[in-house]
Ligand binder design. Structure first.
Ligand code: KG4
Ligand code: ZN
Length: 356
């Protein structure tokens, strides 16, 4: 089975061909990615209009490149998958329309993939993690705990009530005068800083449930920076980066404890796998904390390789493949959606021929 996947929901234009080879190491046949980082960097964040135009400019070339490196023609594919949301609507429309056109022209099935499902299933592409598992999805746009029960069956346990964790990293980096994206820059700077110098608030820590809130933290970082005077030193900035990172990690670990308890209540002994995905999963401090926490609760911990944590085409192709082999295909009317909560998918109409 060979599936082409297209991802254009944010600032990466990406495309890949994956197969259902038994060996996970052989599943990604080819992948191509154009990162728009340089286009957006001068603005300190992603500019939707610039993103849409860059997707239009690069996507056709990337599709051709993916097929060429895979040594395939369009006719060799079994299905064509694309992100249909959630995301920046202009970009989603570019990718989905391209996929629809290819599907129509070649008479191949289309699979409209939820971007979050791409992140949620990527660990099955890389590591064959069995259902059910507890997923922490932490990226620039999302911060949530999901129970992944099966393909198309997700239950959200908690989510952010304001900013996503990656967004908090990006905003803090901007305040500290670091570049975009902020996460890697903060992680680097934090290594030189004193993580206990600033006592920042721990939003929702100790509260029941596993929701997040990060917007207050941004204000606290701004006030802490102002307390250093008009010209904060490099050491001030490093200390603040380290203190901020320590605080975010403490909050995530506190929320994760509650999520593990909720997962255990509903799944008992079968709830033994903890998975993290999304760009913030690149953070080594977070990974180390989650490895420890999982071990304390007798759970296995799995994170996809870095290239599969951040946005990419292979995770969309793989989610498409998992859906396709269960008979879950979409028609050419499938809408592009700016918002599309993953747990609402359970309520979607069952697809003809679906086995699960
Ligand atoms: O998954 P992703 O590539 O795109 C979205 O779907 O949002 O995640 C990007 C986010 C950015 O906010 C970036 O600052 C954050 O992931 N990020 C990190 C690190 N690397 C990327 N955050 C913390 N530490 C990192 N090392
Ligand atoms: Zn993403």
């Amino acid at each position: 089975m060979r599936v082409l996947g297209i991802e254009t929901s944010c600032d990466e234009t990406a495309c890949a061909v994956v197969t259902d080879a038994a060996d996970p190491a052989r599943r990604i046949v080819s992948h191509s990615l154009f990162s728009q980082l340089r286009e957006h960097a001068p603005y300190g964040g992603v500019v939707p209009e610039i993103a849409s135009r860059a997707h239009i400019e690069h996507l056709d070339g990337l599709v051709a490149e993916s097929l060429r490196t895979a040594g395939m023609k369009l006719g060799d594919l079994d299905a064509i998958a694309a992100t249909a949301g959630p995301g920046l609507i202009g970009g989603v429309m570019v990718g989905l329309t391209t996929a629809k056109t290819l599907a129509y022209a070649t008479n191949k099935p289309l699979i409209a993939v939820n971007h979050l499902e791409g992140h949620a299933l990527s660990v099955r592409l890389s590591d064959d993690v069995p259902f059910p598992y507890l997923l922490l999805l932490v990226s620039g746009g999302h911060c949530q705990f999901l129970v992944v029960e099966a393909v198309g069956r997700y239950r959200r346990l908690g989510t952010t009530i304001d900013d996503a964790a990656g967004e908090a990293f990006d905003k803090t980096a901007k305040l500290l005068g670091l570049g975009y994206p902020g996460g890697p820059a903060i992680e680097r700077l934090a290594k030189q800083g004193n993580a206990t110098r600033f006592n920042l608030p721990l939003p929702l820590k100790g509260k029941p449930g596993c929701d997040f809130s990060f917007s207050g933290l941004k204000t606290a970082v701004r006030l802490a920076l102002e307390s250093c005077g008009a010209n904060p030193s490099d050491q001030d900035k490093a200390d603040l980066a380290a203190s901020f990172q320590r605080t975010v990690m403490a909050v995530i670990l506190d929320r994760a404890k509650n999520a593990i308890a909720l997962f255990g209540e509903s799944h008992g002994a079968s709830g033994k796998h903890f998975v993290v995905a999304g760009g913030v999963a690149a953070n080594a401090v977070l990974r180390a904390g989650l490895v420890d926490l999982s071990a304390q609760h007798g759970m296995t911990f799995t994170a996809p390789p870095m290239a599969l944590c951040t946005d990419n085409g292979a995770m969309i192709a793989w989610a498409g493949l998992e859906r396709f082999r269960l008979g879950m295909i979409d028609d050419l009317e499938a809408p592009a959606r700016a918002r599309w909560p993953l747990d609402a998918m359970a309520a979607a109409k069952p697809f003809a021929g679906a086995k699960a």
